[in-house]
Design a protein around this ligand. Structure first.
Ligand code: AMP
Ligand code: MN
Ligand code: MN
Length: 332
């Protein structure tokens, strides 16, 4: 896959200080992209900082032993944003996904570059490389770094790229686990990364509380449409009772999709008082980003989401009819 990186390369080479950011509730792909880019820029003697709207899940902390990732605090950081003369936005397809940092950056006129792999990208910026054939945003970042020089790639950068690739392909299981994904993975192995160690960091470091809550959730899944639709809710009270943090919930929806016969799984997670995050996962017969888009969300064909302000019950009543309708339209 070849993209035109020239304008981006010339912008980054002439930048004084670069801001790197990703979407709210960052995942392995957003964090991996930032970390890979940060360490690459450091090697090029280009100063950058990683600042995100939200905190990131503990399972990715191993990628950042130096703790360079910062969380944006408007009162403290807004004035400082003016020091940056270039912004990189990774793995974000929609403006609603950039959070408070995105809102504040929109008030300043700093040149920006977006690197992403969502099928629809609505980010307004000065330059974009968006490719929905790329299994992860980190693959695009890797391509950009290679374009400048493979000598810059080291184990830490390769590990960060691999984390984005592994998490966005569901450990090379999802339909985006294409030839490109395996080729990049095999190239990354040349840098002495250890896939099994990385897997253990990300997927075998869950708290007992998180797994116990998953057990409870499994008892409460609602099955509809000949069990093709599986949905469940998690309230703030559920989280509190279980002693589980919000950022530990990633992966539940994927897990429920793995049940035989289930085509679409949907999670309704109360992230704040009357603020619900909805996550969709599909096995491939139903395009779920179309459902999410009806409510202002978006995402990939088979992994999508949205956030709405209303009660858990009202949001289920609002969203589920669309999910049922989409499932009824599956061609036999
Ligand atoms: P999640 O279920 O939160 O892991 O999200 C799955 C995918 O859906 C993400 O990778 C995003 O591409 C997309 N997504 C999630 N939430 C939103 C949202 N509020 N707006 C647009 N896209 C979203
Ligand atoms: Mn992401
Ligand atoms: Mn991604």
């Amino acid at each position: 896959m070849q993209h035109n990186w020239k304008p981006i390369i010339s912008q980054l080479k002439s930048a004084g200080k670069i801001l790197l950011t990703t979407h709210v509730n960052p995942d392995g792909d957003g964090i991996g992209s930032e970390i890979a880019m940060y360490h690459f820029l450091l090697k090029m003697n280009i100063i950058s900082e990683i600042i995100n709207s939200s905190a990131f899940p503990e399972e990715y902390a191993f990628l950042d032993p130096e703790k360079v990732i910062q969380q944006y605090i408007p009162e403290r950081d807004f004035e400082r944003l003016k020091e940056f003369d270039l912004i990189f936005i990774f793995d974000v397809g929609g403006i609603t996904r950039t959070g408070i940092l995105g809102d504040d950056l929109a008030r300043l006129e700093i040149p920006s570059i977006c690197i992403d792999h969502h099928p629809e990208n609505h980010i307004v910026c000065d330059y974009k490389v968006v490719d929905d054939k790329a299994p992860s945003t980190t693959c695009l970042v890797y391509e950009l770094i290679k374009e400048i020089g493979t000598e810059y790639i080291d184990k830490q950068i390769a590990e960060a790229v691999y984390v984005g690739l592994m998490t966005d392909t569901g450990s090379f299981r999802f339909e985006n686990a294409n030839k490109y994904a395996f080729r990049v993975a095999s190239e990354l192995l040349e840098y002495d990364i250890k896939p099994n160690d990385i897997f253990k960091h990300v997927y075998e470091s869950y708290s007992r509380q998180r797994m116990a809550l998953l057990g409870t959730v499994l008892q409460t899944v609602h099955y509809e449409n000949d069990e093709k639709l599986a949905w469940f809710t998690i309230s703030r009270d559920d989280l509190k009772r279980a002693g589980v943090q919000l950022d530990e919930i990633g992966g539940y929806t994927d897990f429920i999709r793995s049940i035989k016969g289930v085509e679409v799984s949907v999670m309704f997670l109360e992230i704040d008082l009357n603020k619900i995050r909805v996550s969709f996962r599909s096995k491939g017969k139903v395009v779920v980003n179309q459902i999410a888009r009806k409510f202002g969300g978006g995402g990939h064909f088979y992994a999508a989401g949205l956030t709405v302000e209303n009660t858990l019950e009202k949001v289920t009543l609002m969203v589920l009819p669309e999910a049922r309708k989409a499932i009824e339209q599956i061609k036999q």
